[in-house]
Design a protein around this ligand. Structure first.
Ligand SMILES: Cc1cc2nc3c(=O)[nH]c(=O)nc-3n(C[C@H](O)[C@H](O)[C@H](O)COP(=O)(O)O)c2cc1C
Length: 339
């Protein structure tokens, strides 16, 4: 590791916070971030995060237990804040002594941050704006992730580069802030570290690692795709606010339009309230992602991917991806310090 002194020095606070050799997180990816990928990331010196997604408490319990048999290193669990059994899931994390819980998919509901911290775990939250970032820190978040629009999966409206400029200068000196979205190479990682980020979070770059259980056809679609194939879903009905999702263009992205119209009609007919309508949309995505990742239905399913997908060319072991990121980052930092 001594070969990457500059990078590791910039990551020092993030490494201490996570308890890892590098402050590179593999963001939770539903269906993809299960025991194998999570353990591989943590064993390679990064920070793996289990994607709980729509799992029941029993399934999460089994997944954490299985991950523990594959790694002794720290890893986290990502919980979706709108999960109806959020507090039961928090209790499962507590029983296992999970050190870090990532609260995703919205502002954590009342009492949830406290419940996570009561068990001694650290809470990581997503900050969509500077104001919300400050509020989350005041409410007890121990670290923030800022994730730009380039990312795969559910996305916000603002690019990573703008969010980084808006948030890092104000919050990163006194707080742990990780940057995510569109990072495919170490040079970009180095740039955000220099701006004050404590570390980075990548998803797309790790989704097709050798250790990832994603279906071979899912991986093939990644290898063939370029940045412009990773498109954001479109909201068709202004009354039904849906969080956009970035995925590779296919028949499934079109079916989402039809699904929105169907759900909006049910909303109009009073068959669903707004919360149920949004949950129906989320269930659609969870099912579509499962079909692509697990069954290999890359036409009808959802192949969620970020714009950095064009930099994913082949299956590589996690350790090699992390090593390449460190080498690229170190070279960039060395070049700058020599200039
Ligand atoms: C296939 C896929 C599934 C994802 N699922 C989730 C999820 O369940 N929860 C979550 O918080 N983020 C999810 N994400 C986002 C990642 O955790 C990560 O923040 C993101 O991929 C980082 O940006 P990048 O794709 O540009 O590297 C997903 C991303 C992808 C590509």
């Amino acid at each position: 590791m001594t070969a990457h002194d500059k990078t590791l020095a910039l990551m020092a606070r993030g490494r201490e916070f996570l308890g890892t050799e590098t402050a590179i997180l593999c963001g939770a990816m539903s269906w993809v971030s299960e025991r194998n990928l999570v353990a591989a990331i943590s064993n390679a010196g990064g920070f793996g995060v289990i994607a709980c997604g729509a799992m029941t408490p029993e399934l999460l319990d089994a997944e954490i237990a299985a991950t523990k048999t594959l790694t002794q290193k720290p890893f986290g669990v990502n919980l979706i804040t709108m999960h109806p059994q959020l507090f039961e899931l928090i209790a499962i994390c507590a029983q296992h002594g999970v050190g870090h819980v990532v609260a995703a998919g919205g502002i954590p509901p009342k009492g949830s941050v406290e419940a996570i911290k009561e068990a001694g775990a650290k809470v990581i939250c997503f900050a969509p704006t500077l104001a919300l970032g400050k509020k989350l820190l005041r409410s007890g978040a121990d670290a923030l992730v800022i994730e730009g629009n380039e990312a795969g999966g559910h996305i916000g409206p603002v690019s990573t580069s703008v969010l980084a400029q808006e948030i890092l200068p104000t919050l990163a000196e006194d707080n742990i802030v990780f940057v995510a979205g569109g990072i495919g190479r170490g040079e970009a990682m180095a740039g955000y570290l220099e701006m004050g980020a404590a570390g980075v979070q990548l998803g797309t770059r790790f989704a097709c690692a050798s250790e990832s259980i994603a279906h071979p056809d899912f991986k093939k679609m990644f290898f063939r795709a370029s940045a412009r194939d990773a498109i954001a879903s479109v909201q068709v009905d202004p009354r039904l606010p849906v969080i956009p999702v970035r995925a590779l263009r296919n028949k499934g992205t079109e079916e989402f339009t039809a699904k929105q119209i169907e759900v909006a009609k049910k909303l109009d007919a009073g068959e669903l309230d707004m919360g149920e309508a949004q949950l129906a949309i989320e269930h659609f995505w969870a099912g579509a992602l499962r079909r692509a990742v697990i069954d290999g239905d890359v036409e009808g399913g959802s192949v969620m991917a970020g714009q950095s997908v064009g930099m994913v060319k082949a299956e590589e072991p996690v350790a090699e991806i992390i090593a390449a990121l460190l080498v690229e980052s170190e070279a960039a930092l060395t070049k700058r310090s020599a200039a």
